[in-house]
Design a protein around this ligand. Sequence first.
Ligand code: GTP
Length: 350
Amino acid sequence: MVKMKALLLAGGLGTRLRPLTDNLPKPMAPVVNRPWLEHLITHLHEQGIEEFVVAARYCSDVIRAHFGDGRQFGVRIEYAVEPFPLGTAGAIKNAERWLKERFLVVNADIVHLPQLVPLLEFHRRHGGVATIVLTEVEDPSQYGAVEQDETGRILRFVEKPQPGEAPSNRINAGLYILEPEVMRYIPAQREVSIERETFPRLIREGAGVYGIVSEGYWQDMGTPTRYRQVHWDALERRFPLPIRGRQIQQGVWVGEDVEFGPGSLLVPPVVIGNRVKVGEHALIGPYAVIGDDCHIGDRAHCSRSILWDHSVVRDGSRLSNSIFGYRTVAPAGEKFTDAVISQAGEAVRA
Ligand code: GTP
């Protein structure tokens, strides 16, 4: 078991996921009907982590309202709320009083369920101040690729390398193990980026920054396309995320107290939350996630779409490739393709 505190970076604006993030921190967006941050905390807790610090700012109340002091989830949670956006390293500095021993930092919008023990063993062996967890991607050109020596020490980052110029296909996975000495390298009271400022400085000054690849599923859920993809990967079990509900047939998960009208059809893969009402001759799937307390009207269709809790798809409405936020309504007979819609009330087209 891993005994360390974990700092969860959850203070970004999530602009690329608007309007879903209009009133919601991106890490609180549900992934298969449960806030991603909850999946993450549960996963880290299963590996032994009991104490968390959430570095938040934008809509931090939403996070606090959900988790409180963490007791309900069997953990302890402190909140380091920033007075202004401090960036990824500034947020770490802002939580310094809780981080006096070796600690873990996690970008809370990265969808990844890492195995911590091998990462921590690697960190102990190299003896440097920082371990950056890496993931291997096919095309590193949208990211920063790392160059390492044979011991795993990181020599440099190449931001957005041109095709053929990347030193490797390994990129920063958004997960770090840091020694408290790192705090000395982060100036207080200003915005500081760990990727652009702190890590390059630690490398320049020879403090020992090492990288190790973490195997397994990894996805940045920061855009609607990637956010949807995370869902489809979970439904296809390429991403082994725990899914709530009973699997009544291959690829069909159904929650409690669900009512199906006559002639309604589920085409796998599909997840239906609790207390969902499905109308007559409605068609759900393939690829659909329906949140708790949703109503799907008669002859409505939902395919390749995600509905958050308490949403309504009225009779004859058709959704494809769309994301509907909490308490949204798709009016009767309307067609929505590639729509991303949030807020209460009747929906407008995205
Ligand atoms: P976009 O606005 O769509 O780029 O998203 P973002 O800024 O929320 O996310 P980005 O990928 O830039 O940030 C990576 C992680 O760091 C996310 O989990 C963010 O929540 C977090 N983060 C980014 N900036 C800050 C900050 O100033 N403070 C804190 N506490 N977290 C931050």
